[in-house]
Design a binder for this molecule. Sequence first.
Ligand code: 3NM
Length: 213
Amino acid sequence: MKRSRRAELAEQLELYFICGTTNTKDIFRTVETALQCGVTCFQFREKGNEALYGDQKEAVARTLLRLCRAYGVPFIVNDDVELAMKLDADGVHVGQEDASARRVRQMIGADKWLGVSVHSLEEAATAMVHADYVGIGPIFPTDSKADAGEVNGTTLIRQVRAAYRELPIVGIGGIRPEHVELIRRDGADGVAIISAIASAPDVAAATRRFKCL
Ligand code: 3NM
């Protein structure tokens, strides 16, 4: 990856908010508030029993994309490559169980961001051939992902950073503002958050807490 693209990406990963309609009562208000209060990247992740699909999912995504564009924040789609391409989103994020990084890269081309969740050094080594950044977690216990793997603290972040100095890394899973310093010190460029922002009684205050550490 060119130096400038790596630097730009690392900066955009600083406070990466992830949300779908099952994570909050009013997704538009939650996302707009989070954007106003300083999130640097947004991922639309529509998962769970009550998740929308088809036209309804697309309509929500379009509105969120418009909001992100208005605030100059990258809009990433979780898993759904077709939707990401239809909307001309800024990128796609996939897990290990989703389409393989190589296939997704072929589908989205070189210009869009590709993020891949990894849970071992081997997965990181494979992902980084095609990915622009990797997500590493769960750092702490989380209620937001039913099949999240073993909680590992920052161990894997440290290992991946030691092995790949230039690879953009975002930590994920149960992260609260007080954890950010440690996670960044151990090698992550940023943190990805669902519930600490989406479920907060005061989304603005919760977002700002991640910004002034
Ligand atoms: N992926 P919260 S943990 C979407 O470990 C996701 O790969 C994870 O939500 C992983 O901030 C997770 O509410 C959920 O804990 C993050």
